[in-house]
Design a protein around this ligand. Structure first.
Ligand code: AMP
Ligand code: ZN
Length: 138
């Protein structure tokens, strides 16, 4: 998808109205229109990149520089106990908008969101094998 038909580019550039939480030269944050819960916020680079790994380091640095502060404000304003920061990358991971974005989802003890963390267990040798394959790609 090109930047021209990207809804988040239009939001970040102010061409489409949004509930803006924060902006600077590089980063735009706004309320998710379909909140998992009140205060659910999206943080995007103003420049169009589809995936996190497409972003140059300075773009990720610009996001990282403000993400924690925005998340803290969301938690304090909503009276939550914590938050999840989530980046859905790819259709399999639930990415619907093809412009990289980070969800900040305020959380409260026992709120039932992401109810169960499906932790597994490695079989003998399995961790070493995946470790080798990941390291090879870096
Ligand atoms: P994802 O599934 O990670 O791609 O998330 C996309 C998110 O963008 C969803 O949570 C939508 O509710 C949200 N969204 C889509 N369009 C808008 C919009 N115009 N304003 C605010 N949030 C939006
Ligand atoms: Zn875009």
């Amino acid at each position: 998808m090109s930047a021209q038909d990207c809804i988040f580019c239009k939001i970040g550039g102010g061409a489409i109205p949004s509930a803006m939480v924060f902006q600077n030269d590089d980063v735009f944050a706004f309320l998710d229109i379909g909140p998992i819960r009140e205060g659910h916020t999206l943080v995007i680079p103003k420049q169009h990149y589809e995936k996190m790994e497409d972003c140059p380091p300075q773009t990720l640095a610009a996001i990282g520089a403000v993400l924690g502060n925005i998340a803290k404000a969301v938690v304090e304003a909503t009276g939550a106990d914590g938050y999840n920061v989530l980046c859905n990358r790819g259709r399999a991971a639930g990415q619907l908008v093809q412009h990289v974005h980070f969800h900040i989802i305020p959380r409260t003890e026992g709120d039932g969101i992401f109810h169960r963390w499906p932790a597994g267990k490695y079989k003998p040798g399995q961790a070493e094998e995946i470790l080798r394959r990941i390291r090879e790609k870096l």
